[in-house]
Write a protein that binds this ligand. Structure first.
Ligand code: ATP
Ligand code: MG
Length: 288
C-alpha cells in the first residue's frame, strides 16, 4: 500500500490516552459534546479522518497478510451505546474504508431461543474474529449487564456475576492474541431527542425510527448507572474502556478511527516473509 498520508497536526495526539477512562471516572462528568484530544472543528475533523484512511488500510492489509503466514493476531472493536449514538455510522465511515474481506461484523440483537439456551458468552465466542481480521461487535456481551440489568431480564444474582465472567473471558481473548478496543459512544439525552425527532420528520430517516427506543430513553438514568457499573468493574489493564463523546458525529468517527489505528500500530503487523526465494522466482519469470 501507499505511504500513509500526512496528518493535519504537528504533534499527533494520543486518542487512546485522551479517551481511556481514568481511575475514579464518572460518566456524568464527561461532556458528550466535547472533543478530547482534538482541538479543531468539524472541517478539521473530516480532514483528519480522510488523512487516517491510508494508514488504517495499510495496517489492516498487513494484519491480513501476516495471518496468511500463520500469525494469530486480530483486533476486536466493541461498540456500545444508547440508540442513535451512531454505531452504524462508525461501521460505515470508519470500517467501511478498509477491505471488506478483512472485516468480521456482528450485530447482537435480543438473543434467539437457541442463544438463550446457552451461557451468555456462547454467541460472543462464536463471533470472535479469526486471525488477521478486524472484528466489530455492534453491541456485545455488555448488553447482558446493561439492558438485562435495567429491564430485569435476569435476576440480580445472575447478572451481578457476569462482570467477573466478562473480565475472565476478555483475559482469555487477549491470550489468544485478539486485541480488544472497547468503545462506548457517549450521547446526551438532549441530542438523542433531537435525532429521534429528526428521524420522525424525514421520510428518508423514518425507517430508522424504532418506537422501542423511547422506552429505553425513559430509563436513561438507569442505563447511565448500568454503564457506570460497567466502567467501574470491567475496565481492566488488558481491556480498558474508552468513552467517546458522541454528540458530534464527526468527532466520534475520528476518535474511533484513531483508536483503531493506535491499537493496530501496537499490534505492529508485518509483511510476511515469502515462502519462496524471490531471486530464483525472478529468474524463472524472466525465462518463462
Ligand atoms: P439500529 O437501531 O441502529 O439498527 P440497534 O443495535 O439498536 O441498531 P436494534 O435491532 O434496534 O439494533 O436493537 C437491538 C436490541 O437488542 C437492543 O434493544 C438491545 O438492547 C437488544 N439486545 C442486545 N443484546 C441483548 C441481550 N443480551 N439481551 C437482551 N436484549 C439484547
Ligand atoms: Mg435500535
Amino acid at each position: 500500500m501507499s505511504k500513509p498520508a500526512r496528518l493535519p497536526w504537528k504533534h499527533e495526539p494520543s486518542f487512546r490516552e485522551a479517551l481511556k477512562i481514568p481511575r475514579g471516572f464518572r460518566l456524568a462528568d464527561l461532556d458528550p459534546a466535547s472533543t478530547p484530544g482534538f482541538q479543531g472543528g468539524k472541517a478539521d475533523g473530516s480532514r483528519a479522518l480522510a488523512a487516517g484512511e491510508a494508514e488504517l488500510d495499510d495496517l489492516q492489509e498487513r494484519l491480513h497478510a501476516q495471518a496468511t503466514a500463520g500469525a494469530p493476531e486480530a483486533v476486536l472493536l466493541i461498540l456500545q451505546a444508547m440508540d442513535t449514538a451512531g454505531k452504524g455510522g462508525i461501521v460505515r465511515h470508519v470500517a467501511g474504508l478498509v477491505d471488506p474481506q478483512g472485516l468480521q461484523i456482528t450485530a447482537f440483537k435480543a438473543p434467539t431461543d437457541e442463544e438463550r439456551s446457552h451461557d451468555f458468552l456462547w454467541r460472543i465466542r462464536r463471533a470472535l474474529p479469526r486471525p488477521g481480521r478486524i472484528g466489530i461487535f455492534d453491541r456485545s456481551h455488555y448488553e447482558d449487564v446493561l439492558v438485562v440489568r435495567v429491564n430485569d431480564l435476569a435476576p440480580r444474582a445472575v447478572w451481578s456475576k457476569r462482570y467477573a465472567a466478562i473480565n475472565a473471558f476478555e483475559r482469555e481473548v487477549v491470550g489468544t492474541r485478539i486485541t480488544p478496543v472497547k468503545v462506548m459512544l457517549h450521547l446526551s439525552r438532549e441530542e438523542q431527542q433531537k435525532r429521534l425527532l429528526e428521524r420522525l420528520e424525514r421520510p428518508d430517516k423514518q425507517w430508522k425510527y424504532n418506537p422501542g427506543d423511547v422506552d429505553a430513553r425513559t430509563r436513561w438514568e438507569a442505563y447511565m448507572e448500568a454503564y457506570q457499573a460497567v466502567f467501574d468493574r470491567t475496565s481492566t489493564r488488558e481491556a480498558p474502556w474508552h468513552v467517546v463523546p458522541a454528540d458530534r458525529k464527526w468527532y466520534a468517527r475520528l476518535a474511533v478511527q484513531r483508536l483503531l489505528i493506535e491499537h493496530l500500530r501496537e499490534v505492529a503487523p508485518r509483511w510476511p516473509a515469502p515462502s519462496f526465494d524471490p531471486e530464483v522466482e525472478r529468474q524463472r519469470v524472466l525465462e518463462s
